[in-house]
Design a protein around this ligand. Structure first.
Ligand SMILES: [Zn+2]
Length: 353
């Protein structure tokens, strides 16, 4: 995939001898803390440039203390690299899945990070790194990254949807992430699409997540195959690696009817959710990212068709649906500029922090 941030990467600065600490350019670090991989970006705060990007294993199965040690070690190395380039790291922003207490930097619960109930990630990282740290929801960070550098640049206000293991959402309004006064704004994944549908991990039935996430796509396919439905997907069912969203995508591309119907449900369910948001907010732009968005070709047609049926108060062609562009970089970039920069600013205005 083409990476639009590639051009942002800057060559190391030459430092002049005798340069004082105060003359160093300010940089912030953005962290996209995922269940498997953690992506880390070092960015120039004023020049809006990506200086370094790396990824490390999260080690989520070893618990929060191990993740914290591993992450802070990587961040300390990066802070030294920043110093060598002539930059001073003034803040760190972390995007994490789950319900986050933004003010306290606490991960309240996270499906991808077992054992993290009420873990004070922000404060613990701040103690180790001795720089201000703020924590945000990961999808908000991804959308903000796309808003600054990716497919969201030209959109203005938009609804962002992240299709992965679950379905996340975010609203960008007037250049800001709409937080709704709590931490649940934009949680489109738990909008009811089928009142009598399957039970979601949140407790509700028929959530968008049960119809349009990668994990549920695999579950639904397995269920259909075990019922005896004829499909080329049977060859993967008992195989050592089992089914995956990617295999279902490839089968759909090759003309497998079951796989195509599964993606029809993805597209149609997304359209119902989008139409509901459009009717409520009047938003006309939608950005879709996440791993499952790579199956764009096999669901976007169904999404547009269903939008035609569901949008009754607005002409469907007015709604523009675009695919995210940044891939892996978006979350770290968004975390850096959305909360890393704010952490730095808050520390400046409150020296006691
Ligand atoms: Zn749900």
């Amino acid at each position: 995939m083409q990476n639009p941030t590639k051009g942002l990467t800057e060559q190391p600065k030459q430092r002049t001898t005798g340069e004082s600490l105060d003359s160093r350019s300010q940089a912030v670090i953005g962290v996209d803390l995922g269940g498997t991989n953690t992506k880390i970006g070092l960015v120039d705060l004023t020049g809006k440039r990506l200086l370094e990007f790396s990824r490390v294993k999260t080690l989520a199965d070893r618990g929060p203390e191990a993740v914290l040690s591993n992450l802070s070690a990587s961040l300390m190395v990066l802070m030294d690299q920043a110093k060598d380039k002539g930059y001073l790291v003034v803040g760190v922003g972390v995007g994490s899945a789950g319900v986050i207490d933004l003010n306290k930097g606490v991960v309240i619960t996270s499906p991808n990070l077992p054992g993290w109930a009420e873990f004070p990630l922000g404060e613990r990282l701040r103690q180790r790194l001795e720089v201000p740290v703020l924590v945000e929801n990961d999808v908000n960070c991804i959308c903000y990254g796309e808003y600054l550098f990716g497919a969201g640049r030209e959109l203005g206000d938009f609804l962002g949807i992240a299709l992965g293991t679950g379905v996340g959402g975010c609203l960008i309004v007037d250049g800001k992430v709409w937080s709704g006064g709590g931490s649940s704004a934009g949680e489109i994944g738990h909008m009811t699409i089928q009142p009598q549908g399957e039970q979601c991990r949140c407790g509700n039935r028929g959530c968008l997540e049960t119809l349009a996430s990668a994990s549920w796509l695999v579950r639904r396919a397995e269920k259909l195959l075990r019922r005896g439905t004829t499909s080329s997907l049977h060859q993967h069912l008992e195989g050592p690696r089992g089914l995956s969203a990617e295999k279902i995508y490839r089968a759909a591309l090759a003309g497998d009817q079951v796989a195509q119907e599964l993606f029809q449900a993805v597209g149609a369910s997304l359209a119902i959710a989008v139409a509901n948001v459009v009717h409520l907010l009047g938003i006309r732009r939608v950005l879709i990212g996440g791993g499952l968005a790579n199956a764009w070709k096999v669901f976007i047609g169904f999404l547009h068709r269903e939008l035609e049926r569901r949008l009754t108060l607005m002409a469907p062609p007015e709604i523009r649906v675009v695919k995210a562009q940044l891939g892996d970089n978006a979350g770290a970039l968004g975390a850096a500029y959305l909360v890393g920069s704010r952490a730095a600013l808050e520390a400046t205005s409150d020296p006691g922090k």
